[in-house]
Design a protein around this ligand. Structure first.
Ligand code: ARG
Length: 272
Protein backbone atom coordinates (compact mmCIF):
# COMPACT_ATOMS: atom_id res chain seq x y z
CA UNK A 1 0.00 0.00 0.00
CA UNK A 2 2.76 2.39 0.99
CA UNK A 3 4.63 1.51 -2.17
CA UNK A 4 1.60 2.33 -4.26
CA UNK A 5 1.22 5.71 -2.61
CA UNK A 6 4.86 6.48 -3.24
CA UNK A 7 4.47 5.58 -6.89
CA UNK A 8 1.44 7.79 -7.17
CA UNK A 9 3.32 10.69 -5.66
CA UNK A 10 6.23 10.25 -8.02
CA UNK A 11 3.85 10.10 -10.95
CA UNK A 12 2.00 13.26 -9.92
CA UNK A 13 5.30 15.03 -9.51
CA UNK A 14 6.50 13.96 -12.94
CA UNK A 15 3.28 15.18 -14.52
CA UNK A 16 3.49 18.50 -12.71
CA UNK A 17 7.04 18.92 -13.97
CA UNK A 18 6.10 18.05 -17.51
CA UNK A 19 3.16 20.45 -17.48
CA UNK A 20 5.42 23.18 -16.15
CA UNK A 21 8.00 22.55 -18.83
CA UNK A 22 5.52 22.60 -21.67
CA UNK A 23 3.74 25.75 -20.57
CA UNK A 24 7.07 27.45 -20.29
CA UNK A 25 8.17 26.56 -23.79
CA UNK A 26 4.87 27.47 -25.38
CA UNK A 27 4.90 30.97 -23.91
CA UNK A 28 8.54 31.65 -24.73
CA UNK A 29 7.68 32.90 -28.19
CA UNK A 30 5.69 35.82 -26.83
CA UNK A 31 8.66 37.87 -25.67
CA UNK A 32 7.11 38.97 -22.36
CA UNK A 33 9.91 40.28 -20.17
CA UNK A 34 11.02 43.89 -20.49
CA UNK A 35 14.37 44.30 -22.22
CA UNK A 36 14.28 40.71 -23.35
CA UNK A 37 15.09 40.33 -27.03
CA UNK A 38 12.02 38.93 -28.69
CA UNK A 39 12.45 35.29 -29.51
CA UNK A 40 11.60 34.38 -33.07
CA UNK A 41 8.93 31.77 -33.36
CA UNK A 42 9.65 28.77 -35.50
CA UNK A 43 7.81 28.65 -38.79
CA UNK A 44 5.44 25.72 -39.18
CA UNK A 45 6.40 23.88 -42.36
CA UNK A 46 4.16 21.01 -43.45
CA UNK A 47 5.04 17.99 -45.56
CA UNK A 48 3.97 14.48 -46.56
CA UNK A 49 6.96 12.41 -45.50
CA UNK A 50 6.26 9.37 -47.69
CA UNK A 51 8.11 10.51 -50.78
CA UNK A 52 11.73 9.41 -50.66
CA UNK A 53 14.24 10.83 -51.41
CA UNK A 54 12.50 14.21 -50.97
CA UNK A 55 10.86 13.65 -47.59
CA UNK A 56 10.52 10.42 -45.66
CA UNK A 57 10.67 8.98 -42.16
CA UNK A 58 13.94 7.51 -40.99
CA UNK A 59 14.11 6.29 -37.38
CA UNK A 60 11.32 8.64 -36.39
CA UNK A 61 12.86 11.64 -38.09
CA UNK A 62 11.78 13.46 -41.25
CA UNK A 63 14.73 13.46 -43.65
CA UNK A 64 15.32 14.05 -47.34
CA UNK A 65 16.52 16.49 -49.96
CA UNK A 66 13.59 18.85 -49.30
CA UNK A 67 14.38 18.89 -45.58
CA UNK A 68 18.03 19.85 -46.11
CA UNK A 69 17.07 22.35 -48.79
CA UNK A 70 14.44 24.09 -46.65
CA UNK A 71 16.75 24.21 -43.67
CA UNK A 72 19.48 25.84 -45.76
CA UNK A 73 17.07 28.33 -47.31
CA UNK A 74 15.44 29.19 -43.98
CA UNK A 75 18.84 29.73 -42.39
CA UNK A 76 19.79 32.01 -45.25
CA UNK A 77 16.54 33.94 -44.82
CA UNK A 78 16.97 34.17 -41.03
CA UNK A 79 14.12 31.92 -39.95
CA UNK A 80 13.86 28.82 -37.83
CA UNK A 81 11.62 26.09 -39.13
CA UNK A 82 9.83 23.11 -37.71
CA UNK A 83 8.92 20.57 -40.37
CA UNK A 84 5.79 18.60 -39.52
CA UNK A 85 4.57 15.44 -41.28
CA UNK A 86 0.85 16.04 -41.78
CA UNK A 87 0.18 14.05 -44.97
CA UNK A 88 -0.58 15.22 -48.52
CA UNK A 89 -4.19 16.42 -48.44
CA UNK A 90 -3.82 18.22 -45.08
CA UNK A 91 -0.93 20.23 -46.55
CA UNK A 92 -3.34 22.03 -48.84
CA UNK A 93 -5.86 22.61 -46.05
CA UNK A 94 -3.20 24.00 -43.71
CA UNK A 95 -1.80 26.40 -46.29
CA UNK A 96 -5.20 27.54 -47.47
CA UNK A 97 -6.34 28.19 -43.90
CA UNK A 98 -2.98 29.72 -43.00
CA UNK A 99 -2.39 27.23 -40.20
CA UNK A 100 1.09 26.47 -41.52
CA UNK A 101 3.54 29.09 -42.78
CA UNK A 102 4.50 27.12 -45.86
CA UNK A 103 4.81 23.63 -47.32
CA UNK A 104 7.66 21.65 -48.80
CA UNK A 105 6.72 18.32 -50.34
CA UNK A 106 8.06 17.99 -53.87
CA UNK A 107 5.06 20.14 -54.81
CA UNK A 108 4.75 20.91 -58.50
CA UNK A 109 4.02 24.51 -59.40
CA UNK A 110 1.02 24.57 -61.75
CA UNK A 111 -1.66 27.01 -62.86
CA UNK A 112 -4.40 25.27 -60.98
CA UNK A 113 -2.59 25.49 -57.65
CA UNK A 114 -1.39 29.01 -58.36
CA UNK A 115 -4.99 30.21 -58.15
CA UNK A 116 -5.13 29.29 -54.47
CA UNK A 117 -1.50 29.35 -53.32
CA UNK A 118 1.69 31.30 -53.84
CA UNK A 119 4.86 29.51 -54.91
CA UNK A 120 8.50 30.46 -54.69
CA UNK A 121 10.68 30.30 -57.75
CA UNK A 122 11.44 26.70 -58.81
CA UNK A 123 14.01 24.61 -56.95
CA UNK A 124 13.77 21.22 -58.69
CA UNK A 125 13.00 19.87 -62.14
CA UNK A 126 10.83 16.75 -62.32
CA UNK A 127 8.61 14.71 -64.61
CA UNK A 128 6.22 11.83 -64.14
CA UNK A 129 7.38 8.32 -65.04
CA UNK A 130 5.78 4.88 -65.01
CA UNK A 131 6.75 2.17 -62.55
CA UNK A 132 6.01 -1.40 -63.73
CA UNK A 133 7.09 -4.96 -62.94
CA UNK A 134 9.94 -6.34 -65.04
CA UNK A 135 8.58 -7.96 -68.20
CA UNK A 136 5.43 -5.80 -68.28
CA UNK A 137 4.03 -5.06 -71.75
CA UNK A 138 3.65 -1.39 -70.82
CA UNK A 139 6.17 0.62 -72.82
CA UNK A 140 4.59 4.07 -72.96
CA UNK A 141 1.86 6.20 -71.40
CA UNK A 142 -0.45 5.16 -74.24
CA UNK A 143 -0.17 1.53 -73.07
CA UNK A 144 -1.70 2.48 -69.70
CA UNK A 145 -5.12 3.04 -71.27
CA UNK A 146 -6.49 -0.44 -70.62
CA UNK A 147 -4.49 -1.08 -67.44
CA UNK A 148 -5.06 -0.62 -63.74
CA UNK A 149 -2.93 2.29 -62.55
CA UNK A 150 -2.22 3.25 -58.94
CA UNK A 151 -1.45 6.86 -58.03
CA UNK A 152 -1.24 9.14 -55.03
CA UNK A 153 -4.54 11.06 -54.98
CA UNK A 154 -4.34 14.76 -55.73
CA UNK A 155 -0.93 14.67 -57.42
CA UNK A 156 0.15 15.59 -60.92
CA UNK A 157 0.60 11.84 -61.39
CA UNK A 158 -3.12 11.37 -60.84
CA UNK A 159 -3.84 14.27 -63.17
CA UNK A 160 -1.76 12.68 -65.93
CA UNK A 161 -3.48 9.32 -65.48
CA UNK A 162 -6.93 10.98 -65.38
CA UNK A 163 -6.13 12.43 -68.74
CA UNK A 164 -5.02 9.10 -70.22
CA UNK A 165 -7.69 6.80 -68.77
CA UNK A 166 -10.55 9.27 -68.32
CA UNK A 167 -11.24 11.05 -65.05
CA UNK A 168 -13.85 8.61 -63.80
CA UNK A 169 -12.19 5.42 -64.93
CA UNK A 170 -12.50 2.67 -62.35
CA UNK A 171 -9.06 1.50 -63.45
CA UNK A 172 -7.47 4.38 -61.56
CA UNK A 173 -6.72 3.43 -57.96
CA UNK A 174 -6.05 6.45 -55.77
CA UNK A 175 -4.11 6.32 -52.53
CA UNK A 176 -3.43 8.71 -49.71
CA UNK A 177 0.31 8.43 -50.17
CA UNK A 178 2.68 7.18 -52.82
CA UNK A 179 4.04 4.27 -50.78
CA UNK A 180 0.54 2.78 -50.65
CA UNK A 181 0.25 3.14 -54.42
CA UNK A 182 3.53 1.26 -54.88
CA UNK A 183 2.37 -1.43 -52.44
CA UNK A 184 -0.73 -1.91 -54.57
CA UNK A 185 1.56 -2.54 -57.54
CA UNK A 186 3.90 -4.94 -55.77
CA UNK A 187 0.99 -6.90 -54.29
CA UNK A 188 -0.53 -7.35 -57.74
CA UNK A 189 -3.50 -4.98 -57.39
CA UNK A 190 -2.27 -2.64 -60.13
CA UNK A 191 -0.27 -2.87 -63.36
CA UNK A 192 1.60 0.41 -62.94
CA UNK A 193 2.24 3.45 -60.74
CA UNK A 194 2.72 6.94 -62.15
CA UNK A 195 4.73 9.32 -59.96
CA UNK A 196 7.70 11.69 -59.99
CA UNK A 197 10.76 10.23 -61.75
CA UNK A 198 13.21 10.68 -58.88
CA UNK A 199 10.87 8.90 -56.47
CA UNK A 200 10.16 5.84 -58.61
CA UNK A 201 13.82 5.58 -59.60
CA UNK A 202 14.85 5.73 -55.95
CA UNK A 203 12.34 3.00 -55.14
CA UNK A 204 13.71 0.67 -57.81
CA UNK A 205 17.25 1.30 -56.62
CA UNK A 206 16.38 0.56 -52.99
CA UNK A 207 14.28 -2.53 -53.74
CA UNK A 208 16.14 -4.60 -56.33
CA UNK A 209 14.47 -7.78 -55.06
CA UNK A 210 11.05 -6.51 -56.18
CA UNK A 211 12.12 -6.51 -59.84
CA UNK A 212 10.52 -3.27 -60.99
CA UNK A 213 11.52 -0.98 -63.85
CA UNK A 214 10.85 2.64 -64.74
CA UNK A 215 9.40 3.66 -68.10
CA UNK A 216 9.99 7.13 -69.43
CA UNK A 217 7.62 8.93 -71.81
CA UNK A 218 8.71 12.52 -72.34
CA UNK A 219 6.03 13.06 -75.01
CA UNK A 220 3.19 12.32 -72.62
CA UNK A 221 4.52 13.72 -69.35
CA UNK A 222 5.51 17.38 -69.17
CA UNK A 223 8.46 18.86 -67.31
CA UNK A 224 7.44 20.09 -63.87
CA UNK A 225 9.10 22.33 -61.31
CA UNK A 226 8.85 22.08 -57.54
CA UNK A 227 8.34 25.18 -55.41
CA UNK A 228 7.77 25.99 -51.75
CA UNK A 229 4.05 26.65 -51.31
CA UNK A 230 2.75 29.59 -49.26
CA UNK A 231 -0.67 30.93 -48.36
CA UNK A 232 -1.80 33.49 -50.94
CA UNK A 233 -0.32 36.86 -50.15
CA UNK A 234 2.14 35.56 -47.54
CA UNK A 235 4.72 38.17 -46.69
CA UNK A 236 7.31 35.49 -46.02
CA UNK A 237 7.53 34.41 -49.63
CA UNK A 238 9.76 37.25 -50.82
CA UNK A 239 12.38 36.40 -48.17
CA UNK A 240 12.39 32.78 -49.28
CA UNK A 241 12.61 33.66 -52.96
CA UNK A 242 15.65 35.75 -52.23
CA UNK A 243 17.22 33.02 -50.10
CA UNK A 244 16.60 30.39 -52.79
CA UNK A 245 18.37 32.62 -55.27
CA UNK A 246 21.31 32.95 -52.89
CA UNK A 247 21.72 29.21 -52.20
CA UNK A 248 21.48 28.51 -55.94
CA UNK A 249 24.26 31.03 -56.53
CA UNK A 250 26.59 30.35 -53.62
CA UNK A 251 26.97 26.59 -54.08
CA UNK A 252 24.93 25.53 -51.04
CA UNK A 253 22.18 24.11 -53.27
CA UNK A 254 24.69 22.17 -55.34
CA UNK A 255 26.26 20.77 -52.17
CA UNK A 256 22.93 19.44 -50.87
CA UNK A 257 21.93 18.19 -54.32
CA UNK A 258 25.15 16.26 -54.78
CA UNK A 259 24.81 14.76 -51.31
CA UNK A 260 21.42 13.30 -52.20
CA UNK A 261 21.73 12.58 -55.90
CA UNK A 262 25.42 12.03 -56.46
CA UNK A 263 25.54 14.39 -59.44
CA UNK A 264 25.76 18.11 -60.19
CA UNK A 265 22.48 20.05 -60.52
CA UNK A 266 21.65 22.14 -63.58
CA UNK A 267 21.29 25.39 -61.65
CA UNK A 268 21.04 27.57 -64.74
CA UNK A 269 17.97 25.69 -65.90
CA UNK A 270 16.23 26.44 -62.58
CA UNK A 271 17.01 30.11 -62.79
CA UNK A 272 15.93 30.53 -66.39
N1 ARG B 1 5.06 16.52 -57.68
C1 ARG B 1 3.79 15.89 -57.53
C2 ARG B 1 2.72 16.92 -57.27
O1 ARG B 1 3.02 18.01 -56.88
C3 ARG B 1 3.77 14.85 -56.43
C4 ARG B 1 4.21 15.34 -55.11
C5 ARG B 1 3.93 14.37 -53.97
N2 ARG B 1 4.66 14.74 -52.81
C6 ARG B 1 4.64 14.03 -51.68
N3 ARG B 1 5.41 14.40 -50.70
N4 ARG B 1 3.86 13.02 -51.57
O2 ARG B 1 1.56 16.67 -57.44
Amino acid sequence: MKKLLMMLMVLTFTFALAACGSSQSSSSGEGDGAGETEKKEKLRVVTDAAYAPFEYMDKGEIVGFDVDFVEAVAKEAGYEVEIVNVGWDPIFVEIKDEIADFAVSAITINDDRKQTYDFTSPYFLSTNKILVPEGSDIESAEDLKDKVVAVQAGTTGQEAVDELLGKNSSNIKKFENNNLAIMELTSGGADAVVADNTVVEEYVKNNPDQKLVVIEDADSFAAEYYGLMFPKGSELKADFDEAINTVLDNGKYAEIYTEWFGSEPDVENLKA
